[in-house]
Design a protein around this ligand. Structure first.
Ligand code: 13P
Length: 259
């Protein structure tokens, strides 16, 4: 399976922005501007309280709804947590896990990310697994080591057929919210490495070639086409630019191979 047979996924990560009351107006502006290809999926990963509003407003459109985190537990005494079953009940189709902001500010370990990945697969929700190195790690030449150990730990105990349903997002921490995008070559190098690592060290090429690998980190309307044109980059995970309907629509168009 080569690039054109994998799904192109353009996913917005709204982080802790917007209100439920603003969702209909946002989609009213975004949806008419979308030029989405046949093999392309458009996803908006929103804060938990916005999911019902997004689901209602996105009904009948190409926009799919995602969350930004999930509990590793099924149910019980876990105050403040949201389970995979609750997300599924609301019609959530995607969920980000292991974002660097959660790893950094909520001390999420690789083991916890692995448990969350299993919880999502059990509920039939597509995980968007984030991996990526810090600037210090890049400067120390540790990028591939850091990324491969995050990938290895996240896929622990996951069968090949399940692995094909996982989306990976390579998000170098130094590129997130900084305006300092990875060059297309830097992004392709790591995304290509992740595919090779999945094929040679964990699974096989058949499995690895089915996995969509996204790039995230200051992707915007200007740089999206070049990044999305790379061999192993199957889409984007977009923060800031996903909050601007016109910019997000340009990124979706850049991912549309039919356009
Ligand atoms: P920015 O696009 O704002 O750099 O954020 C990227 C990101 O963290 C998406 O998950």
């Amino acid at each position: 399976m080569d690039k054109k047979h994998r799904k192109t996924i353009i996913a917005g990560n709204w982080k802790m922005n917007q209100l439920a009351s603003g969702v209909p107006a946002f989609l009213d502006e975004l949806v008419p501007a979308l030029r989405c290809g046949a093999g392309e999926e458009v996803v908006l990963c929103v804060p938990f309280p916005l999911i019902p509003a997004m689901k209602a407003a996105a009904g009948g459109t190409v926009v799919r709804v995602g969350a930004q985190d999930v509990s590793a537990h099924d149910k019980g005494a876990y105050t403040g947590e949201v389970s995979a079953a609750m997300l599924q009940d609301l019609g959530t189709e995607y969920c980000i896990i292991g974002h660097s902001e959660r790893r950094a500010y909520h001390a999420e370990s690789d083991e916890l990310v692995n448990a969350k990945l299993k919880a999502l697969l059990g509920a039939g929700i597509t995980p968007i697994l984030c991996v990526g190195e810090s600037l210090e790690q890049r400067d120390a030449g540790e990028t591939l080591h850091v990324v491969s150990s995050q990938v290895k730990a996240a896929f622990e105990g996951i069968r090949p057929e399940q692995a094909k349903a996982v989306v990976i997002a390579y998000e170098p921490i130094w590129a997130i919210g900084t305006g300092r995008t990875a060059t297309a070559e830097q992004a392709q190098e790591v995304c290509g490495f992740i595919r090779e690592y999945l094929a040679e060290k964990i699974y096989d090429w058949e499995t690895s070639k089915a996995v969509s690998i996204l790039y995230g980190g200051s992707m915007n309307a200007k740089n999206a086409a070049e990044l999305l044109g790379q061999l192993d980059i199957d889409g984007g995970l977009i923060g800031g630019a996903s909050l601007k309907p016109a910019d997000f629509a340009v990124i979706v168009k850049a991912g549309n191979e039919d356009a």
